[in-house]
Structure formats: C-alpha cells, structure tokens
Design a protein around this ligand. Structure first.
Ligand code: SAM
Length: 219
C-alpha cells in the first residue's frame, strides 16, 4: 500500500495501467516513484479532479505541469542513480523534481525556475511531502546553475531550438542531458557527454512543450 489517499488510488491505478499498456512506463523504480509522489499534491485546487488524467494541466503564469506519460518517459530515459546530482530547468509545479528526488535518494536535485510565483508554488508543494533534497532556485535556467556543476543528469522541461551550450558545459563526463528540441513540435533528445564528444542516445518526435525563454532560450 502506498502513501496515496484512498480518494485518488483508483485514478492512479488506472493511469498506471494506461501508461504500462502504452509502454510509457516500463521501469519498476519509476512506477514506485509515481505511486509515492502523488500528482494531486502538485496541481492547483481547480485541477484536482484531473490530477490523474494523462494530460498536462495549467498551473499559473500560462505554464503547465507536464503530462504523466511524458514525465515517466523522460524519467526513464534519464536513468537516475542513487546519490547523483541533477539539474532541472523549469521547476513549474515541482512534480518532476520530486519524482527525480525519490530516485536520486541520497543525491540532490537543483531546479531553476524563472517565475517567482512558480518557485513558491513548487517549494510549497515539495514541503507538503517533506522533500528536502530538491532546491528550487529563481533564475534563468537557460544559463544553467554553474554554482553546483557538474551535474550527472540535466533535464530541460521546456522546448528549446537547440540545447543551450552552458548546460552542456555543466554536464559531467558520461553525464546525460535530456531536452525537447524543435519549434512548434519537438523531439525528445537524449545526449551523453563522452571523452570523444557528444553522442545522441535517443530521439523521439511529436512532443509539445511550453517554450524555454531566457538568454539561451527561444529567440
Ligand atoms: N517540470 C514541471 C513540472 O513538473 O511541473 C513542468 C515544467 S513546465 C512544462 C516548463 C517550465 O519551464 C515553466 O514553469 C516555465 O516557467 C519554465 N521556464 C521556461 N523558460 C525558463 C528559463 N529560461 N529558466 C527557468 N525556467 C524556465
């Protein structure tokens, strides 16, 4: 039995069945994260009835909490290990960072968000679940967060025309970086930094994210 309230349990179980049947959820550790980090704690009150729909939902400032199937796909691709240091660009509601924090265990997640209201929203949501290894920082995530670099994993949760160079620089050797890249529709691109250069590991099209703005964001 997980921590999730009875009221939401059926909806969560139905979502998990759907994600598994769609092959968007294949990893038991990610399934466990999904069960232990209740999405309804990260959506505004007006959206509670839809918390376990496989849909992005409005949070505030015209931004969204990402679709569960996209979050599970991205989390699986990131292949997070205990003790790692992760950078997220775009904290939004804090749900993706909370899922990563569960998987990173003794490690830490740094998440940069440009909207002060969303920084507060994410921090409050994380606090409700007593999550203390996620650090939400107000700033322009397109320049990364050099202070804590290098990172084992970097995830950008907003659409970019190209992956910002400062983020590649802040990735550790053998580290992975994941981002939606493109214009109106984006491809999820997973890259690895190796001693021989940057190598593309995975690429999957047909995603739609809100834009990454900022110095190295969309022009
Ligand atoms: N990961 C979030 C979650 O779990 O709720 C969803 C993120 S939402 C799809 C994209 C976020 O990226 C928005 O909150 C937006 O404000 C943020 N964003 C866009 N450009 C940014 C930038 N340059 N620096 C920091 N955050 C940025």
């Amino acid at each position: 039995m997980t921590k999730i309230e009875k009221k939401y349990r059926t909806a969560l179980n139905d979502l998990i069945i759907y994600l598994k049947n769609s092959k968007l959820l294949t990893d038991n550790r990610v399934e466990s994260a999904l069960k232990n980090i209740p999405r309804h704690e990260f959506v505004p009150e007006s959206e509670l009835d839809y918390a376990y729909y496989n849909e992005p939902l409005p949070i505030m400032k015209n931004q969204t909490i990402s679709q569960p199937g996209v979050v599970t796909r991205m989390t699986e691709w990131l292949d997070v290990k205990d003790g790692q240091k992760i950078l997220e660009v775009g904290a939004g509601s804090g749900w993706q960072s909370a899922i990563l924090s569960y998987l990173v265990g003794t490690g830490n997640v740094y998440s940069v968000e440009r909207h002060p209201k969303l920084v507060k929203f994410a921090q409050e949501n994380l606090k409700k679940l007593n999550i203390d290894n996620v650090h939400v920082i107000l700033g322009d995530g397109s320049i990364g967060y050099p202070k804590e670099s290098p990172y084992d994993r970097i995830i950008i949760t907003a659409a970019c025309t190209e992956i910002p160079l400062p983020l590649i620089e802040q990735l550790s050797e053998n580290g992975l970086i994941l981002a939606p890249v493109g214009d109106a529709s984006q491809s999820l691109v997973l890259l690895q930094k190796t001693s021989k250069g940057i190598v593309e590991i995975r690429n999957e099209s047909h995603y739609v994210f809100v834009p990454l703005v900022g110095k190295f964001g969309k022009k």
